[in-house]
Write a protein of this length. Structure first.
Length: 144
């Protein structure tokens, strides 16, 4: 019984030491593949990358409710489309609601892009535009 108590006590102390060691480390989360590519191809500094992450997190936070409401309205519209008894008015009203939410989300995206351009240098903005066009071209090409 004493041995079990000692083993449990050692495990608890070890867990506390490990937890405190992790707590003392700086808050460095592994970067996503996209972030690493941005850093590499645009030549972002660590400070710029941190600001970009903060901007992305703020955008996600600010648009969370908007994106949720948009998803709900889209589900409601799909239900209207599958109901044979639905007439045109509810469908068109729901479509208008979705369009307004899409416009609000588009406005938020534009604001984010303006903020992003304040973080990047003109050269980095030009590189980003090139990367975006290359990515867009890959989506539209069809295999022969």
């Amino acid at each position: 019984m004493k041995k079990i108590f000692i083993v449990i006590a050692v495990l608890i102390v070890s867990a506390a030491i490990v937890a405190s060691a992790y707590a003392l480390q700086p808050d460095k989360k592994p970067s996503s593949h996209k972030e690493l590519c941005f850093k590499k191809h645009l030549g972002l500094s660590d400070q710029q990358l941190a600001k970009m992450k903060e901007l992305k997190n703020r955008f996600r936070s600010d648009t969370r409710d908007l994106r949720y409401n948009l998803e709900i309205k889209q589900v409601e519209m799909r239900k209207l489309l599958t109901d044979p008894k639905t007439n045109d008015e509810p469908f068109l009203a729901k479509h208008k609601e979705i369009s307004e939410l899409c416009q609000q989300l588009s406005d938020k995206k534009a604001e984010m892009k303006v903020e992003r351009s304040k973080i990047l240098t003109p050269r980095q903005i030009a590189k980003l535009d090139i990367i975006r066009h290359k990515h867009h071209a890959k989506e539209w090409t069809t295999p022969s």
